[in-house]
Design a protein around this ligand. Sequence first.
Ligand code: URA
Length: 209
Amino acid sequence: MEDVVVVNHPLVQHKLTQCRRLETETWQFRGLVEEITALLLFEAVRDMDTVEVDIVTPVGPCKGTVISKAEPVFVAVLRAGLGMVPGALKLFPYARAGHIGLYRDHDTHVPVEYYNNLPPDINDVDCFLLEPMLATGGSAVHALTLLKQAGVQNIRLLSLIAAPEGIKAITASHPDVKIYLASIDEKLNEKAYIVPGLGDAGDRLFGTA
Ligand code: URA
């Protein structure tokens, strides 16, 4: 699965473990999600195109390296994807962000779209879809389809935790999308929660349960 990258860095794994803990409080969870997102993104942009530039330091001329492409775009799947935006913007403060609102029908678990607001002119950007929990993969599959319909050609998916079912759904529908994760967990339960997972990421981010 070369298009599925599990970032096994000790810092990522340490922070993910803190996230999973039942006793981790909302404010701590929020900070951890932000930090893990930045660390996943660090890995996901490893192959970004760069260009050599001539600059001057206070001591003298120097060759430098800068990222050559226009700014990336981060697209959060509401609501839990919102928790990943600050971490992404910390690394790319000048990036634009879009939002796709989907909720899972409680009975069918099928994603239902209620909001779609993407920045203009995004055909040629590096786009990162932010969806912390890849459970059935239904929401991410739907969001990726919307991004492609908007003309986006280069998309990567950042998630904290995936179930094998979610990965299968993405690779079947969007084999061109590379996935960056902190963990692939065991399975889904009967309510389509990831086991062992971390619970409902949205509730844990916003203190709503
Ligand atoms: N969404 C979550 O927030 N948690 C899960 O385990 C599955 C979907």
